[in-house]
Write a protein that binds this ligand. Structure first.
Ligand SMILES: [Zn+2]
Length: 557
């Protein structure tokens, strides 16, 4: 097994988000990307979903380095949590490391972090070999995506070259003029690629993604002749679109105003690492909005997913200090609806509509474009690289399968579909095969602590949400008195028929406990009480509440 070149997906396969993959050779490991996932409504009591941290606690010593393809949270969000378990150098492009730096600072880890720059180009002086991992040579190839400085990762190993595409699309006209590096991929293909791992997010969608340029033109059409104020919501990390909006504002005689902390954060980091960036000195301060003529205003704000606490969320409820929507305002929602968020987004749209805002969202007009390659672009990548073996990554099972189909259409026949936890080998003579299976647990961060769902009480919280809770207080009589336990019930989040169910339930528990007799132990009484209370409420309310029992023995008076 040690002599094999293996890959183990820790996240992002069989699901969307929380991307992370470990490459191993001779017992030494390279971690590629280290992302988080955002909880859906049911898990909303946690802030973040993290990869299996136990894996890093157990195998941390063997992981020589981490390398990041780009700065989206589903690729870098777990870096601080992993570095708390195991220390290792972190490689990435300048903007990506700028974002990592900010996260590490928040967690108080920046001082002892070892961040190492990797410029996204096929380097003429060859790949970079981390001293901790002499068998893995790293280099990055520029790709286009919905965040600056995104790259594919090339790993030179003793068994051959591995290409991890990261997230990408092929945008022929990137706003920042940082082009998808066709030549580098073709060149790589000419020299032979053993294994290619590629982004499957849009593998089921035919055609090409719309270019950023065309998307901006579609937005401009809806800005040009509008007399009132323009508001645009987008993902804060999409600095290309922001650059395009800056130019558009100038053409339309409007001034750009940014509202939402993360827009400023991303912009400041871009400026700091010298990436193409909007002119922050020329922005319209939000305090000056009321004094600026309506047709000279273009506000870009956060909150495209209907997030309650975002700038747009607060403004839609008239709770924003500086923004009061009015009739004649137009809002362009230039972001996709992330599955699971639709309900809050449409609530927001309706709130805004009530305030007289003209809302245009991406289901109504082509004012957003994806950062992920569609089928024709995925095929172009396969045709440029012509790998010997192919494993689709980043996607649910159906996406992975669709991507494998595309690879086969392009003449790549040694393929494998794996999901998280399945370690597979890529051997020049033997091809692709699964070598081991690692059970993966999900970890969570609740804003202060990390742990699995049990440790953070998330499973119970979910039960509480559906079933409510009952607390039972049982008083056992002194041994000189007749054995007649007294029970009091209290509840949260349950129908009680004006407390009648609480007294009824208590009586039922009292009656049954009385039949048990004096020899019953306290823990037996607790168990009986739980069972009777749950049975009672199931019968009366069709709910199975959480039951907390306290038993006390009455002292002799
Ligand atoms: Zn991405």
């Amino acid at each position: 097994m040690k002599d094999l070149l293996t890959a183990l997906p820790l996240g992002g396969l069989g699901e969307i988000g929380m991307n992370g993959l470990v490459l191993s050779y001779q017992g030494r490991r390279l971690l590629i990307d280290c992302g988080v996932m955002f909880p859906d409504a049911m898990e909303a009591s946690a802030d973040l979903i993290l990869p299996d941290l136990r894996f890093f606690a157990e195998h941390g010593d063997s992981i020589g380095a981490m390398v990041l393809t780009h700065g989206h949270e589903d690729h870098i969000g777990a870096v601080p949590f992993v570095l708390k378990q195991a220390s290792m150098p972190v490689y990435g492009s300048p903007f990506t490391l700028g974002l990592v730096e900010r996260r590490l600072k928040e967690h108080g880890l920046l001082e002892r972090a070892d961040l190492r720059l990797l410029e996204p180009y096929m380097r003429h002086d060859g790949p970079v070999y981390p001293p901790e991992l002499p068998d893995f040579g790293l280099s990055l190839i520029r790709v286009t995506h919905s965040i600056p400085d995104a790259a594919s990762l090339v790993i030179h190993t003793p068994k051959g070259v591995v290409l991890h595409t990261g997230d990408f699309k092929i945008d022929p006209h990137p706003i920042d003029k940082q082009h998808f590096d066709h030549n580098a991929f073709r060149n790589l293909g000419d020299h032979g690629v053993l294994l290619m791992l590629s982004d499957s997010t849009n593998a089921q969608v035919p055609g090409h993604t719309r270019s950023e340029q065309e998307t901006l033109e579609n937005i401009e059409e809806r800005v040009q002749h509008w007399r009132g104020r323009i508001f645009i919501t987008q993902f804060a990390s999409n600095l290309h679109r922001l650059l395009g909006l800056e130019a558009m504002a100038k053409r339309c005689g409007r001034r750009l105003c940014l509202v939402g902390r993360s827009l400023h954060t991303y912009t400041n980091i871009a400026k700091k690492v010298d990436m193409p960036c909007i002119d922050v000195d020329d922005l319209l301060p939000v305090e000056q909005l009321p004094d600026t003529p309506d047709d000279e205003v273009m506000v870009v704000m956060t909150g495209s997913q209907g997030e309650f606490r975002s700038a747009l969320g607060r403004a839609s409820r008239n709770e924003h200090r500086h923004i009061a929507f009015k009739k004649g305002d137009r809002l362009l929602m230039s972001a996709r609806f992330i599955p699971g968020n639709e309900a809050s987004i449409f609530d927001l749209v309706n709130d805004l509509s009530r305030l007289g805002v003209d809302v245009i969202h991406p289901l109504m007009a082509p004012i957003h474009t994806s950062g992920h390659a569609r089928q024709e672009e995925l095929k172009t990548m396969l045709e440029l690289v012509r790998p010997h073996m192919f494993v689709p990554i980043h996607g649910t099972h159906a996406f992975l399968k669709a991507h494998r189909g595309l690879a086969e259409d392009c003449g790549v026949h040694d393929t494998l579909i794996v999901e998280n936890g399945k370690e597979f080998a890529a051997e020049p003579e033997r091809g692709l095969f699964v070598v081991d299976e690692h059970p993966m647990d999900t970890y969570y961060y609740d804003g202060m602590h990390t742990g699995d769902a049990d440790a953070l009480g998330l499973n119970e919280r979910k039960k509480l949400f559906f079933n409510g809770a009952v607390s039972a207080f049982v008083q056992l009589p002194h041994r000189n008195r007749p054995y007649q336990p007294k029970v009091t019930l209290q509840s949260v989040g349950l129908y009680t028929d004006s407390d009648r169910l609480l007294t009824g339930g208590a009586a039922e528990v009292e009656e049954e406990l009385a039949t048990l007799g004096r020899d019953t132990t306290i823990s037996e009484i607790e168990a009986w009480t739980q069972r009777i209370v749950r049975r009672f409420f199931r019968r009366q309310t069709k709910r199975k509440p959480l039951v907390m029992t306290t038993v006390i023995q009455e002292e002799n008076r």
